[in-house]
Design a protein around this ligand. Structure first.
Ligand SMILES: Cc1cc2nc3c(=O)[nH]c(=O)nc-3n(C[C@H](O)[C@H](O)[C@H](O)COP(=O)(O)OP(=O)(O)OC[C@H]3O[C@@H](n4cnc5c(N)ncnc54)[C@H](O)[C@@H]3O)c2cc1C
Length: 406
């Protein structure tokens, strides 16, 4: 088993590291570089995106003929990790959720005409996109969340296409996005009841009810609650076949969960970097903090958990590159990396004392952001349920090495 990176990927990681160190990390300390929701200011983002593209670091996972770099999942894993050593990194390199996952799935499943209309403007950085699936709970406790079979937003056939009625919430980027992928119910069939659609933000028949206030920093366009009251979508803007909604979700969410892991590993490593600088210098009771065994235990454990997460992430990336859905491997990585991110942020904050609790370093930003990692794209409990189901079905084969379909 060879974990060495190819010379090309090694070189690209080096270029990303330099860009992040020289252009992004220095911006984090100045509040004037942030927008009202603790993300990078939009005009500054546009300048940096132009620089990133000029430096040839853009849309890593998308095909070269569309303006991307054609790199596979195992190749982007170390690159995304380098990017998110800065809290501003992924969005600058067009590697942030939800654009990242939306571009990948459109590239995989959209028709050539749909790619031209809906995907190319996202790759070009001309529009932002959103993925609309989760719903607020209704009076009966129903609504799409961990269980997509509870979806109540409907798409009903018309002469020319579809009419959408219902509600959605927590839709990342909705205030700023123009291109949306929407999941709606088209029948009561248990496996084939959902269908995916594309629509443009300027189409009438839907509105944003509110931008939801959250505990952490926000992506551009926030996390919004939406209402659909007769949005009309022509049939040519249906994605895949009628009834393929769940399949599309599986195709999109596996890699999207894993790229979350790649980015979160970068954030986790940054926390330890900041803490390491502090404990090398800070003195207490005749010693530097780094020389105290209990401190070594904390930082060593956090580093170990990051490395376990990296191995699981790389394994899942490799399996996705074999054409496998890698559901088991992605669930394993998602659970472990979400916890590793918490651990790293909490450890760094603790070891820096009061300074860790201040806004003088990005650790508190990362600490608040990290809390969503155990919820988004499948709560950790649900991923454990997935693993338990695999174990039950596969028995000893659960632990078999190799690229069997999963
Ligand atoms: C910051 C943020 C951004 C998001 N962005 C988007 C987006 O862009 N688009 C979108 O569609 N959605 C988005 N979501 C929604 C997210 O995907 C859902 O929150 C997630 O799928 C969980 O659904 P839920 O919140 O309805 O929780 P529920 O399904 O109500 O679950 C609540 C809790 O119950 C427990 N639980 C649920 N099911 C099980 C089970 N089977 N076994 C054991 N325990 C269980 C878990 O502890 C879980 O956390 C976002 C959420 C957040 C927080």
């Amino acid at each position: 088993m060879d974990f060495a990176l190819s010379p090309d990927i090694e070189a690209l990681c080096g270029r990303i590291r330099s860009f992040v160190n020289e252009r992004l990390i220095p911006l984090e300390a100045d509040r004037a570089n942030y927008d009202a929701h603790e993300n990078i200011r939009m005009d500054l983002l546009q300048t940096l995106r132009a620089e990133a593209r000029a430096a040839g670091i853009w849309a890593l996972n998308l095909p070269k003929e569309r303006g991307g770099m054609g790199i596979n999942m195992a190749g982007i894993a170390p690159c995304y990790e380098e990017m998110n050593r800065s809290i501003f990194g992924p969005v600058v390199f067009l590697a942030a959720a939800p654009d990242d996952g939306n571009m990948r799935v459109l590239n995989q499943v959209a028709t050539p005409a749909q790619k031209e209309k809906w995907l190319q403007p996202i790759i070009d950085g001309r529009v932002q996109s959103g993925f609309i699936m989760t719903e607020p709970m209704d009076e009966d406790g129903e609504g799409c969340g961990s269980d997509p079979s509870l979806t109540y937003t409907t798409a009903t056939r018309t002469n020319t296409g579809w009419k959408i009625h219902g509600r959605k919430w927590f839709i990342t980027g909705a205030e700023a996005a123009k291109h949306f992928i929407l999941m709606a119910r088209t029948s009561d069939d248990e496996r084939r009841g959902l269908t995916a659609f594309l629509f443009h933000a300027d189409t009438p028949g839907w509105k944003i009810r509110r931008r939801i206030d959250i505990m952490g920093p926000e992506e551009h366009g926030g996390h919004c609650e939406l209402e659909f009251d007769g949005l009309e979508i022509p049939d040519e803007d249906r994605l895949m076949e009628v009834g393929d909604g769940l399949r599309l979700t599986q195709i999109r969410l596996g890699p999207a969960r894993l790229t979350h892991c790649m980015r979160w590993l970068g954030l986790a490593r940054r926390c330890l970097e900041i803490a390491a600088t502090h404990i090398e210098k800070r003195r207490s009771f005749g010693q530097r903090l780094i020389d105290k065994e209990s401190v070594q235990g904390l930082i060593g454990q956090a580093a170990l958990e990051i490395q376990i997460g990296r191995l699981l992430t790389m394994q899942a990336a490799w399996k996705l590159d074999q054409g496998d859905l890698a559901r088991k491997e992605v669930s394993q990585a998602k659970i472990v990396v979400a916890d590793a991110l918490h651990k790293a942020a909490d450890t760094a904050l603790q070891l820096m004392g009061a300074k860790g609790y201040s806004k003088d370093t990005p650790v508190e930003w990362i600490y608040r952001y990290a809390r969503q990692a155990r919820l988004v794209d499948g709560a950790s409990e649900v991923h454990r349920m997935v693993l338990a189901n695999f174990l039950r079905r596969e028995g000893a084969d659960f632990f078999r090495w190799g690229a069997g379909k999963g």
